[in-house]
Design a protein around this ligand. Structure first.
Ligand SMILES: [Zn+2]
Length: 557
């Protein structure tokens, strides 16, 4: 029988029901019955996560629905309680001197993750955590409030995407003028929200005994096997190997078009003939994706059929729906869910190549006995999604038509490379921010402007005054929402590019290694997952140089 999204239900927990569950688990531990305690705790966490995922998904599907709003508020208020109880159990388990016994019962990596988690929380920072989520929610709603007039219509910031990559240079220029006018208008509030976030994060770090927020930020992302020095070396590699190639590609584009200078608004038009678009509407893409996945592998094809037929895809843009796209999961059931907003551009194809990668990983990992292993940490999770973007290359004729497939692959590859300098710049900026928590807003803008010259020396904002003065970072939600989360995409891209190189030589072997990596889920830290897939760690010298060489050859640069 087909599993259906409509059948998934979860009982709404209360403070009392959570406390009662917690007491049961404590009682089992008191009685010395650790296996039963671990099993009951895992069931309770899955139940809570399924409920929480459903509540947040239903809100995203209709942000104007009063019931969905009140459920989300309720879930957000309950989340810190659930975290506090969870941390208490982790502390208790970790206090057991029999570490080896705990590791064999719960998994060595899970124990390492819990070690990391308990170092990020203390009841003394509860109010700070609430402040942090309030400030970052305010940033989200400020950006969501943008209503921009362009091309005779009114769009939000993500609705600007088709205009920002329009083949007509004047339209692209206008799109960027409108975008940055919005940020300039709200500049003071954006500065003050960020100042608030940096202050509250630094305060939490101090209360927990850290000198700055940086080590706490790394721990909150559950990074157990690398640190800021490794990341700094990776940024240097991007500067050494990727920046010159991207500069060359952009210079070629400028010459091809006969422009005197390549402006900021020209960067999104990767293909001189116009970025390739999907060859049909959402129904067309949804059907074509079935053919594509069936051709790639039996498990991938079968899984996609299950998602599609079971109602686990919500792809169309409609009034009241939250922006963006994501993949969420219901750990009691095992089937994930993809949420997206189609715009009619090539970004729609990413739903089937990127979000499906996340979904497939989660599905393939459903057999892990430990809820901690259903998703990897974020830099590893993004390998599963970004690698699929490259593995689907040979089938792109199904999505964009046979005549545009090659142009699509070139566009995607150039986009992947051009992303790296920007991604590491976002990361470097945050390291400077949290090392200098007392900086003024104008000092922060100056920091960004200086780093931008280092990583993206080609950037020419022309008459766009606000980003020219160092304001571009304010458009990046991750900088506000989840500090230090962004380098993850660049680390994963380095690994995904390695899958691309391998698939050019051995498509079947690459697909097999990919599926095996997905099935490992989050059962190991980043470095170990990378090694187990036969990839070179992005932190190792030469990892980027090799893929950049191959890309340069393919792009004839
Ligand atoms: Zn992703």
């Amino acid at each position: 029988m087909t599993m259906r999204f409509a059948d998934i239900a979860a009982e709404r927990p209360t403070r009392e029901s959570l406390s009662a569950e917690h007491a049961d688990i404590e009682a089992l531990l008191d009685a010395g019955n650790r296996p039963a305690a671990l099993a009951e705790w895992d069931v309770a966490r899955r139940r809570f996560e399924t409920w929480s995922a459903l509540v947040h998904l239903r809100f995203a599907q209709n942000t104007a629905d009063p019931a969905a709003i009140s459920d989300r508020d309720y879930a957000d208020a309950l989340a810190p309680e659930a975290t506090a109880l969870e941390i208490a159990i982790k502390r208790r388990l970790l206090a057991d001197p029999d570490r080896a016994g705990l590791e064999s019962a719960a998994g060595a990596h899970a124990v390492r993750l819990w070690d990391c988690d308990i170092a990020t929380f203390d009841p003394a920072i509860k109010a700070d955590l609430e402040d942090e989520s309030r400030l970052s929610a305010r940033y989200t709603s400020l950006l969501a409030s943008a209503s921009i007039e362009i091309g005779g219509m009114s769009v939000n910031l993500s609705g600007l995407a088709p205009f920002a990559e329009d083949p007509d240079r004047a339209v692209r220029h206008e799109a960027e003028q409108r975008r940055w006018a919005f940020f300039e208008r709200h500049g003071a509030e954006l500065d003050s929200l960020y100042a608030g976030l940096v202050t509250v994060r630094h305060r939490m770090a101090t209360k927990l005994g850290y000198a700055t927020y940086t080590p706490l930020g790394y721990k909150r992302l559950r990074r157990v096997d690398y640190g800021p020095d490794d990341v700094a070396r990776y940024r240097d590699q991007v500067r050494e190997h990727v920046v010159p190639l991207v500069a060359k590609l952009l210079e070629r584009r400028r010459a091809e078009h006969g422009w005197d200078r390549l402006r900021f608004w020209d960067e999104a038009l990767i293909d001189p003939a116009g970025n390739p678009k999907p060859a049909g509407n959402a129904d067309f893409l949804t059907a074509q994706a079935q053919t594509m996945f069936d051709r790639m592998s039996r498990p991938l094809g079968d899984f996609y059929r299950l998602m599609n037929e079971g109602g686990f895809l919500d792809l169309l843009n409609r009034p009241g729906k939250a922006g963006g796209g994501f993949c969420t999961s219901f750990p009691t059931e095992g089937v994930p869910y993809i949420f997206a907003n189609f715009t009619g551009t090539h970004h729609d194809i990413g739903v089937f190549t990127h979000e499906m990668g996340h979904a497939f990983q989660n599905w393939e990992s459903r057999g892990h006995p430990n809820v901690d292993y259903l998703w990897p940490t974020m830099e590893a999770a993004e390998i599963d999604s970004m690698a699929l973007e490259f593995l689907t290359y040979p089938h792109m004729d199904l999505m964009v038509g046979a005549d545009a497939a090659d142009r699509f692959r070139r566009m995607h590859l150039i986009g992947a490379l051009a992303f790296l300098p920007y991604g590491v710049c976002v990361d470097h900026f945050q390291h400077e921010i949290y090392a200098n928590p007392g900086a003024t807003p104008s000092e922060r803008h100056a920091m960004w402007a200086r780093l931008e010259k280092l990583y993206m020396p080609w950037t020419d904002y022309g008459d766009l005054g606000y980003p020219a003065k160092g304001g571009r970072w304010q458009a990046k939600p991750h900088i506000y929402g989840t500090a230090f989360y962004y380098i993850d995409y660049t680390l994963a891209q380095c690994c995904a590019l390695q899958f691309w190189v391998r698939s050019r030589q051995d498509p079947a072997g690459a697909m097999e290694a990919y599926a095996a990596l997905c099935a490992r889920g989050g059962s190991a830290p980043f470095g170990e997952l990378v090694r187990s897939a036969g990839l070179v760690s992005p932190f190792a010298e030469g990892a980027l140089a090799a893929v950049v060489r191959e890309a340069a050859a393919v792009l004839d640069a």
